[in-house]
Design a protein around this ligand. Structure first.
Ligand code: GUN
Length: 300
């Protein structure tokens, strides 16, 4: 292996520490940021995410409001809760956990969230602000990816960046963030031709396709920075019958032999998402009160 391992777990812990420091500073001014998380239904993975979010919110000194609703909740009831949270002055951030049950129109719910409290950055107003480069709240996972890239390559101007995946949650906002850093950005997806060839041009490669170990070592440009957003559970017969393990979208061992720096799975991008959610909640709390936003992104 030649690549440096980008330790997202350690970066996220440092970021949370700086957020906790800023939150303690706000407490002196009588301000306590608050994050409301809404979960509809009993999806086990979502239950774990939501309880982790609530725990880390409290650990950084913010107020956490959990709304756990049954899968039978109607769209009208959910919209009513969102409007109530929009009006609640103790709530600075609102996150509605996805996926929502099929009978609920997720887009309608996301668009009902006050853009000033949209800490997921999914509201079209915030997506549009990112595209036009006028600030606003940015989706947590791509923001975390950018912080990790910049931890190893502070200046990205002129570099070729390839984003694999075009989702609204990761691929599209990631491309916008890299463009804002003056990268030359290519967005590749399931219909892209000559994918390995396009990836081999990437100085920065972000893989967010949800296909286990799709990106092979010979797709990587020597010295490239590789960010693996994938979290794929696959069978692991070596550990015993019926056992599973989590792998990324990148074949880690092969890629690490070629790349300059790479994120592991787990322990790379994953821990950054919640840390960036807390960062966005801090930002929303300050902006809503006309306070300066503390700089927490990079270690001083
Ligand atoms: N489900 C999976 N990832 C996310 C996320 O970043 N935000 C929300 N709201 N739901 C998710």
């Amino acid at each position: 292996m030649s690549a440096a391992i980008i330790d997202g777990k350690a970066y996220a812990a440092g970021l949370r520490g700086r957020i906790a420091g800023a939150v303690a500073g706000l407490a002196g001014q009588g301000v306590r940021p608050g994050l409301a998380v809404v979960l509809v239904g009993e999806d086990p993975a979502s239950q774990i995410y939501v309880s982790n979010k609530a725990r880390q919110t409290v650990e950084t000194g913010m107020a956490s409001f959990e709304h756990i609703l049954p899968a039978s909740t109607s769209e009208i009831e959910l919209l009513r809760l969102v409007r109530r949270l929009n009006e609640d002055p103790s709530v600075d951030g609102i996150l509605v956990q996805l996926p929502l049950p099929k009978h609920i129109d997720a887009q309608r719910v996301l668009e009902a969230i006050d853009p000033a409290k949209d800490v997921d950055g999914f509201h079209p107003i915030n997506a549009g602000r990112l595209m036009t480069g006028v600030g606003g709240l940015v989706s947590c996972t791509p923001l975390g990816c950018l912080l990790l890239v910049r931890s190893v390559r502070p200046d990205l101007a002129g570099l070729n960046a390839v984003v694999l995946g075009r989702s609204n949650i990761v691929g599209k906002p990631m491309a916008q963030l890299l463009l804002a850093q003056s990268c030359t950005v290519t967005v590749a997806h399931s219909r892209t031709r000559d994918l390995p060839e396009i990836c081999r041009r990437a100085d920065i490669l972000v893989a967010a396709v949800g296909r286990p170990e799709m990106v092979r070592g010979d797709w990587i440009k020597p010295g490239a920075t590789v960010i693996d957003v994938g979290i794929n559970r696959v069978p692991n017969p070596a550990a015993g019958e019926g056992k599973t393990k989590v792998v990324g979208d990148v074949a880690f061992q092969e890629a690490a032999a070629v790349a300059g720096a790479i994120t592991p799975v787990p322990g790379g991008v994953g821990p950054m998402t919640i840390a960036c959610l807390l960062r966005n909640t801090l930002e929303a709390a300050c902006l809503r009160r006309g306070l300066p936003v503390p700089a927490v992104d990079a270690a001083a």
